[in-house]
Design a protein around this ligand. Structure first.
Ligand code: IPM
Ligand code: MN
Length: 338
């Protein structure tokens, strides 16, 4: 099988975690007789310095033509890269799972929920302007995007087949209009899914409950910025950002990337944990499998290998171990073969 993967190596720790992930992809290619065509595309701070643009048109074109895109974090130009890509390619669902991992210091061992974050509008539209004594931002919430992401979340609750529970997270007591549209759209969609339990929760209460009783969540459905903030919080429940993976999903295209940023403070020290990107690759194969590629086994193999390596106590420093980024990639790759 032949799969075209556009790869953005990104900035900061991006190139080193990309290299470790490529090591794993090469192992998967051999083991499963895949042909992964890695098409490197430029975007981010280094690309801006070199070409005068953080997101060249050529990059967008290549991503459009590829089967999927795998992306490392980019630096200061992230708003001009990933936020734009999400909107340009209509990648409306940002999917961020939080799962307790064995042998990782998790708050509890029974956490298993997913944040489904609306990915194309809200405060991320970029409508900001100066006003007399400061600046203002416009938060755009439409029925169309809210219903679309709600549908996605309900289907996710059904297919996960766990608690079958969706909680819409909002702040409609204050942002009556924008969160009002979001919440009403969620309630409308909920009517179609009688097999899924639905409720709503204010975002401040959700932030608290994520720490107080994370095991009670199944699918969290929320707007763009709330999802951004809650997903970093959620990552801390199950080992931190070094393990946090995500997918930006549209109807035809998807970009998989770590939840974290480019971590300039640890660049070049080979301390970064590549699992965030390796687990993003796992999500990528899961998505490709839903689109007809015979690669379910590939995502399972990544998952099993990651668990096995964690169980052996071989980890990067963020999880208490002493492996370098490169060594961690090699460990997972070796495990894929065994
Ligand atoms: C994320 C990141 C991005 C976001 C930044 C880098 C623009 O924090 O993917 O969560 O805010 O969406
Ligand atoms: Mn974020």
């Amino acid at each position: 099988m032949n799969i075209d993967i556009a790869l953005i190596r990104g900035d900061g720790i991006g190139p080193e975690i990309s290299e470790a992930t490529l090591e794993v992809l090469r192992a998967l290619e051999q083991k499963f007789r895949l042909q992964l065509n890695i098409i490197e595309v430029e975007a981010g701070d280094r690309c801006l310095a070199k070409n005068g643009r953080a997101l060249p048109e050529e990059t967008v074109e290549i991503i459009r033509k590829s089967d999927v895109c795998l992306k490392a974090p980019v630096g200061k130009s992230a708003a001009e890269v990933i936020v734009k890509l999400r909107q340009m390619l209509n990648l409306y669902g940002n999917v961020r799972p939080t799962i307790s991992m064995p042998y990782v210091n998790c708050l509890r061992d029974d956490i298993d929920f997913v944040i489904v974050r609306e990915n194309t509008e809200g405060l991320y539209k970029g409508y900001e302007f100066d006003v007399e004594d400061g600046a203002a931002a416009i938060r755009v919430i439409t029925k169309k995007a809210s219903s679309r992401i709600a549908e996605y979340a309900f289907r996710m609750a059904e297919s996960r087949n766990k608690m079958k529970k969706v909680i819409a997270v909002h702040k409609a007591n204050v942002m009556k209009k924008t969160c009002g549209v979001f919440l009403r759209s969620c309630y409308d969609v909920a009517k179609k899914y009688s097999g899924v339990e639905f409720s709503d929760m204010l975002v401040d209460a959700a932030a608290m409950n994520l720490i107080r009783q994370p095991q009670t969540f199944d699918v969290i459905l929320t707007t763009n910025m709330f999802g951004d903030i809650l997903s970093d919080e959620a990552a801390q429940l199950t080992g931190g950002l070094g393990l946090a993976a995500s997918g930006n999903i549209g109807d035809e295209m998807a970009i998989f990337e770590p939840v974290h940023g480019s971590a300039p403070d640890i660049v070049g020290k080979e301390k970064s944990n590549p699992l965030s990107m390796i687990l993003s690759a796992k999500m990528m194969f899961e998505w490709l499998a839903t689109r007809g590629s015979q690669v379910s086994e590939v995502s399972r193999s990544i998952n099993e290998s990651v668990k096995h390596v964690l169980a052996s106590g071989k980890t990067t420093p963020d999880l208490g171990g002493s492996l370098s980024t490169e060594e961690m990639g090699k460990e997972i790759a070796r495990q894929i073969f065994s």
